[in-house]
Write a protein of this length. Structure first.
Ligand code: NAP
Length: 320
């Protein structure tokens, strides 16, 4: 099979297309023939070698894919050959024509969801759900600012928050991104590149602030976020690419919380709840992953460059 292989950490050009033997499933495993692969920012951090979690070299990147069950190992009863599935995790990496998964990493893909959309679920939608519902404890009637609403996690957050009856404010840096965020269900959208955007957000809430913030770039925004929260508000830190200085007094006067999250910390029982909710949302149409761009598997390096550029408009996927 064709697969991307990383022999040494480094720039995007270390992502090389090679020929490898297709893996075979053993007990409790599922082999998926991949039709689309989700590209997530974390795969660029891992590839660079600067991330806390480092795989043993050489490795094939990726956890998110969608495709068809090609083979199942012993004791697998939940899936059969030919089933449409998406993956949220992989034993051998998803940047390949076949990916081997533990059965717990495989989920049914509803018929109304394309393979490209299926590749956009594993990390982005699960992260948005964990941030909004499990860590953020969102309640209907509350307001949420999705800071970075135009990317994979942000669009998922907008759709989930609307489905849960929240008032949704979003940010994006481009006009096209802001239009997309509104189309996905935000009530109001702001430009996170504009100098006066925190004042605009505060005025939009009648100076009360928002109940929750889902934060995609905390190193840039956390200090301001703390001034945008309503009393009892909480910021869920989803993404951060550096350090930041904050004024803790802003949390004291509002009795507000800063809550971090990393998807791979999710306990198995809560992960199961997440995918149960996501599959139902996909089926009923409240969750509709948006694809920004498709690249061929051989163009994985370009996809890694694109996913780190500003001007997001949904999910970047690879097609083997
Ligand atoms: P993505 O598809 O590349 O989207 C990135 C988003 O961040 C875009 O909406 C972008 O908006 C926005 N952004 C850029 N500069 C910003 C700023 N100054 N303020 C606010 N937003 C800004 O990435 P993603 O998959 O959605 O992931 C988003 C972040 O969450 C990444 O940092 C990723 O590493 C992290 N993440 C964390 C977890 C976890 O478990 N904690 C899981 C998944 C992702 P524009 O392009 O419009 O500027």
């Amino acid at each position: 099979m064709k697969a991307i292989r990383v022999d040494q950490f480094g720039e995007p050009d270390v992502l090389r297309l090679v020929e490898l033997p297709a893996p075979q499933p053993t007990v409790g495993q599922v082999l998926v023939r991949v039709h689309a692969i989700g590209v997530n920012p974390v795969e660029t951090y891992t590839r660079s070698g600067n991330y806390a979690r480092k795989p043993a070299l050489p490795y094939t990147p990726g956890s998110d894919a969608a495709g068809i069950v090609e083979a199942v190992g012993g004791e697998v009863t939940a899936f059969k050959l030919g089933d449409r599935v998406y993956t949220a995790g992989s034993l051998t990496g998803s940047y390949a024509e076949f990916t081997l998964c533990d059965v717990s990493q495989v989920h049914p893909l509803p018929d109304n969801v394309s393979f490209a959309q299926g590749a956009a679920i594993g990390v982005p939608y699960a992260t948005a759900y964990r941030a909004l519902i499990q860590r953020g404890q969102a309640r209907s009637g509350e307001s949420v600012l999705i800071h970075g609403a135009s990317g994979g996690v942000g669009i998922a957050g907008v759709q989930l928050a609307r489905a849960h009856g929240l008032k949704v404010l979003g940010t994006a840096s481009t006009e096209a991104g802001r239009q997309l965020v509104m189309q996905q269900g935000a009530h109001q959208v702001f430009d996170h590149g504009a100098a006066d955007f925190p004042g605009k957000i505060l005025r939009a809430t009648g100076n009360r602030g928002v109940d929750m913030i889902l934060e995609m770039l905390a190193n840039q925004n956390l200090a301001k976020d703390l001034t945008l929260l309503a009393p009892g508000g909480r910021v869920v830190v989803i993404g951060s690419r550096g350090r930041v200085e904050i004024d803790p007094r802003e949390t004291m006067v509002r009795e507000s919380d800063i809550r971090g999250m990393v998807l791979f910390n999710t306990p198995p029982a809560e992960l199961k709840q997440i995918h149960t909710a996501l599959i139902e949302g996909l089926k009923n149409g409240s969750l509709r992953p948006v694809i920004a761009r498709e690249f061929a598997l051989a163009e994985a390096a370009q996809a890694h460059i694109a996913v780190m550029q500003s001007g997001a408009g949904g999910k970047i996927v690879l097609v083997p």
